[in-house]
Design a protein around this ligand. Structure first.
Ligand code: COA
Length: 250
């Protein structure tokens, strides 16, 4: 269990809040493990009808903790927490709703390819610097990204690392609605509560019909993860990680 993930309930909605503000919600292995358990437990609990992801003001998430990536480079042990989380995300049985304010980097962006509704504030910013880090897209984004936004926008976002501001993310289909900061949590909880009030079996079936086959997504997540792990050992990735971890802050 990680103290940096807070689990709460709002009626039939489970709230999963990333809460590591001093590191802009960079995700550690323990945080992934806690979120995986929350999704699995919530899916198994008939009293829960939807999952919600929140970050903190100004930071939904700055992505995977880069210290953890560096630890993998030196120890060779990545653990299964990240992949377990990605598989849980792709396999979630109940709708996923997210509220973003501020930074949404790496998995902080790609998680929204799995969400059914994402609300974001105008100052939100989405970016996936995978290639600049010597890495490749993850979380099934190499499959879901082009399907959602077309090849060229997905290439710019996922391979070039071009960021999307809130308006662009909405135009690209990564965000459902833009809402003012003070309205964010209410808007998300209202939508999740509406989802939770619908007939659950019809909702689950409809959601499954609307989504790409789960097996295809999981297969892609595993393929990306294989490349990702290999890339983490590359000279390109080592030097990009070292540059971040040893940077001087002005
Ligand atoms: N992993 C580990 N630590 C991170 C982090 C990450 N992904 N993102 C931010 N942090 C840490 C910073 O090192 C800093 O820690 P410190 O105060 O102990 O030095 C703290 O969070 C605050 O970040 P800082 O860089 O000072 O804030 P900023 O507003 O200037 O910039 C970011 C925020 C997110 C743009 C910048 O930190 C960044 O580029 N992070 C890396 C993002 C990334 O590449 N993620 C992986 C994608 S696969």
């Amino acid at each position: 269990m990680s103290d940096h993930i807070q689990i709460a309930r709002h009626g039939a909605v489970q709230i999963i809040r990333m809460n590591r503000p001093d590191k802009k919600n960079a995700l550690t292995r323990a945080m992934y493990a806690t979120m995986t358990q929350a999704i699995v437990d919530g899916d198994a609990d008939p009293a829960i009808r939807a999952h919600v992801f929140f970050g903190v003001p100004g930071a939904f998430s700055s992505g995977n903790d880069l210290q953890d990536f560096m630890a993998f480079v030196t120890t060779g042990n990545m653990g299964s927490e990240v992949i377990d989380f990605l598989v849980a995300l792709a396999s979630a049985k109940k709708p996923l709703v997210a509220g973003v304010d501020g930074l949404a980097i790496g998995i902080g962006s790609t998680i929204h390819f799995h969400c059914d509704l994402t609300f974001a504030t105008p100052q939100s910013f989405f970016k996936t610097p995978f290639v600049d880090l010597g890495l490749v897209p993850e979380a099934g984004s190499s499959l879901l990204g082009p399907a959602l936004m077309g090849h060229q926008r997905a290439f710019a976002f996922l391979a070039m690392g071009d960021g999307l501001n809130a308006v662009e993310a909405k135009e690209a289909g990564l965000v459902y609605k833009l809402v003012e900061t003070e309205e964010l949590e209410n808007s998300v909880l209202k939508a999740a509560t509406e989802i939770a009030a619908k007939p659950p079996q019809a909702m689950q079936l409809s959601r499954d019909l609307l989504r790409m086959p789960q097996d295809d997504i999981i297969e892609r997540i595993k393929l990306e993860a294989k490349h990702f792990a290999e890339r983490l050992q590359s000279a390109e990735a080592r030097s990009a990680l070292m540059a971040f971890l040893t940077r001087k802050k002005g």
